[in-house]
Ligand binder design. Structure first.
Ligand SMILES: Nc1ncnc2c1ncn2[C@@H]1O[C@H](COP(=O)(O)OP(=O)(O)OP(=O)(O)O)[C@@H](O)[C@H]1O
Length: 333
């Protein structure tokens, strides 16, 4: 187990700085997700922790000790890649034990660790197979097995599920999450998928353009986004943003209302009046797009019992206690 501290971390490629002073602490045993749009620096940050990239300034500490200048193999950190990077000519067992063999560990000890990791990952039946004879999910588990056998202080995951189909991705999320909780190994997990981050992480770091926008528990980011970027990045469908007179009436430049916080008024009460542009009926919920003249097109997550059709008039009442207010700089008020 380990506590990881990133302090004033900067990274430049030639004259181009891509990480602009990152300050984040990952507590002992914590599962931290790094999210952000493509190109924001997630992979670069992860690779600096692994030691695959040098840093230009700042410090990386594990349990208080600076590791900036240590070679990757001396950091006691194991990384699981998106493309698994399995050796095709080796069996599952050989793939899992390879790093230990390189490190000169006795064969009997390697065997013991591989067997134990295979049991944890439900891979016992596949130990003699080559990667080509495995499913995508099984390959992903072998890649994790390779990290587990090393019993590292820290796990790093770089978009490990992005090559899997949607259904498998959902089940693997839970598997990785359960495994991490069982092993209690400090983990940094990179994804561009905010739902993955929300469902897996103890703590989320939202990165944008090489800077940290916000750090917090998934629900904290959802309920109290610090700015417009986080407000619109976290949550699906996205938060509705409204400017103009409706916002000014609440002393804000922009107000934000999540789709589930717009109530469809059916009892003749007051609200914002608009016309239903489209409707998706999921049974439990109905997703509506409603054109409201003074607010624009609003996304609404209504109860499945609401039966509105395109062209119908809809009255929407925002739940005032859930309305977010932002100033002219996009900062939450
Ligand atoms: N070796 C390199 N030389 C120059 N620029 C680089 C290099 N590697 C990455 N970059 C730049 O650094 C920035 C961050 O890249 P990075 O791969 O960390 O982003 P990311 O958030 O992981 O993106 P994605 O989600 O698309 O993988 C990008 O602007 C990228 O073009």
């Amino acid at each position: 187990m380990a506590r990881v501290e990133l302090q004033d971390l900067r990274k430049s490629y030639a004259a181009l700085e891509v990480l602009h002073g990152i300050n984040v602490t990952i507590e002992d045993g914590e599962f931290l997700a790094l999210v952000g749009p493509s190109g924001c620096g997630k992979s670069t940050l992860l690779r600096t922790i692994a030691g695959l990239e040098s840093i230009s300034a700042g410090e990386i500490r594990v349990d208080g000790r600076a590791i900036n200048d240590l070679a990757p193999r001396d950091r006691d950190i194991a990384m699981v890649f998106q493309n698994y990077a399995l050796y095709p000519h080796m069996t599952v067992a050989a793939n899992m034990g390879f790093a230990l063999k390189l490190a000169g560990m006795p064969a009997a000890e390697i065997d013991k660790r591989v067997t134990s990791a295979a049991a944890i990952l439900d891979l016992e039946r596949y130990l003699a197979r080559k990667p080509v004879a495995l499913s995508g999910g099984q390959r992903q588990r072998v890649a994790m097995g390779r990290a587990i056998v090393r019993a590292p202080k820290v796990f790093l995951f770089d978009e490990p599920l992005s090559n899997l189909d949607a259904k498998l991705r959902v089940s693997m999320r839970a598997e990785i999450r359960d495994l991490q909780k069982r092993l209690q190994t400090t983990t940094v997990y990179v994804t561009h998928d905010q739902v993955e981050a929300m469902t897996m992480a103890d703590k989320i770091v939202v990165l944008n353009g090489g800077k940290v926008e916000q750090v917090g528990h998934p629900l904290e980011l959802y309920r109290k986004p610090a700015n417009l970027f986080v407000a619109t990045f976290i949550g699906s469908p996205q938060m509705n943003l409204i400017t103009g007179a409706l916002a000014a009436g609440m002393q804000a430049t922009t107000i934000g209302v999540r789709p589930e916080h717009l109530r469809v008024v059916t009892d003749g009460g007051h609200g914002w009046t608009g016309t239903v542009a489209s409707a998706e009926y999921l049974g439990s919920d109905t997703y509506l797009s409603v054109d409201v003249p003074e607010a624009g097109r609003l996304q609404v997550r209504a109860d499945g019992a609401v039966d509105l059709r395109p062209g119908d008039r809809a009255v929407l009442a925002p739940m005032i206690e859930h309305v977010h207010r932002f100033d002219g700089n996009g900062k939450a008020i």
